[in-house]
Design a protein around this ligand. Structure first.
Ligand code: ACO
Length: 325
């Protein structure tokens, strides 16, 4: 059966130049490189400088993705940008990116699903392409997450970083089976009952302030391992594929221990894993597209590979995508 597929034809990442190591943090708060590496696998994070906005990081990543695709911004008719840290309360940061890219057509909007945001954005863009509402989409995850942190809370501030990643999706015909190149499936979930596990204690209509991240780390850890492994299996089952078919697992880069536990649960070898959390820390919605850009950029992820993406974040919101590169 002939279907429309959203094929990944470009990818790019951007990290702000300023690097903060664990040792740098240990000079400001009561923590240590040893504690952070042992509990999280994180060694450093990139932090946006004052005046460097989410839209700046997003635009830089988008330009790199368009270069890889060999396309101009004018050939894109949709931008879906996942972010928890918009430039302004409105308009959508995606429209700022649209302007910065010099686009004068198409549509651009934001998606908010925190660390799962890229999967939600990918699911949305894929649906637009499948239903013939657009021909080519930029899907971006971009965050200046450092601006939501309580730098006196050592339980959270050591975990996060800033950055952006983007992919270009282009409509192409497929046969409707797992051998097609492109997004094979997406699955998204939320469960609002878990709000208190991970949230920001401010907002436009509640406090009128931005607020800072609050988290019950152990509970998040437990839910993450269970839900992420289930999400991968859900993606495989939807495509009639097995765990052995996975070429690359590209997980949300929150914490090496969560990733290791998920790998163990799935019985996957470490050489199937794309890992960036040591260098990037948790960049929320940017973590998956940054990891994709890393591994596709250096030639690990190649044409025809089956890439399994999973992510979870505040909400709780979680999901997965199966993509034939
Ligand atoms: N440096 C040194 N000590 C610390 C630090 C730190 N940065 N942070 C906490 N501690 C201390 C605590 O104060 C506590 O001390 P105490 O025993 O004297 O009270 C001790 O370390 C243990 O604290 P716990 O919170 O119990 O530590 P835990 O082993 O649970 O590790 C962590 C904390 C790393 C946050 C873990 O719970 C975790 O990884 N959770 C997942 C959370 C996550 O990844 N969130 C990201 C957003 S959601 C997502 O993206 C999936």
């Amino acid at each position: 059966m002939s279907v429309r597929r959203a094929r990944v034809v470009g990818w790019g990442g951007y990290l702000p130049p300023h690097v903060v190591t664990n040792d740098d943090l240990s000079r400001r708060i009561d923590t240590s490189d040893a504690w952070i590496v042992e509990r999280t696998g994180i060694r450093q994070r990139h932090i946006a400088s004052q005046g460097e906005l989410t839209s700046d990081l997003a635009t830089a990543a988008a330009r790199r993705a368009l270069d890889v695709a060999g396309m101009t911004a004018a050939q894109v008719d949709l931008i879906v940008l996942a972010s928890t840290t918009p430039d302004e309360t409105f308009p959508a940061t995606a429209t700022v990116v649209q302007r910065k890219l010099g686009m004068d057509g198409g549509a651009a909007f934001d998606i908010q699903a925190v660390c799962a945001g890229f999967v939600f954005a990918l699911a949305t863009a894929d649906a637009f392409i499948r239903s013939n509402q657009c021909q080519a989409a930029l899907v971006i995850g971009a965050e200046t997450f450092s601006r939501l942190l309580d730098w006196n809370d050592r339980g959270t501030c050591v975990l996060f970083g800033d950055g952006a990643g983007a992919v270009v999706l282009r409509a192409e015909p497929g046969n409707g089976d797992g051998a097609d190149r492109g997004v094979l499936s997406t699955h998204i979930h939320t469960d609002g009952r878990h709000h208190d596990m991970l949230y920001v204690n401010g907002g436009v209509s509640s406090t009128g302030t931005t607020g800072v991240v609050r988290m019950e780390g152990k509970d998040v850890f437990r839910h993450a391992v269970a839900k992420l492994a289930d999400s991968v299996d859900e993606a495989l089952a939807a495509n009639g594929l097995g765990r052995g078919d996975i070429d690359w697992l590209v997980p949300h880069q929150a914490n090496k221990r969560i990733i290791d536990a998920t790998l163990r649960k799935l019985g996957l070898a470490e050489d199937k894993l794309v890992l960036t959390v040591d260098r990037h820390a948790n960049t929320s919605a940017a973590s998956v597209p940054l990891a994709l850009a890393d591994a596709a950029g250096d030639g690990r992820i190649r044409s025809g590979h089956l890439v399994l993406i999973e992510a979870i974040g505040g909400g709780l919101a979680w999901g997965s995508a199966a993509v034939r590169w």
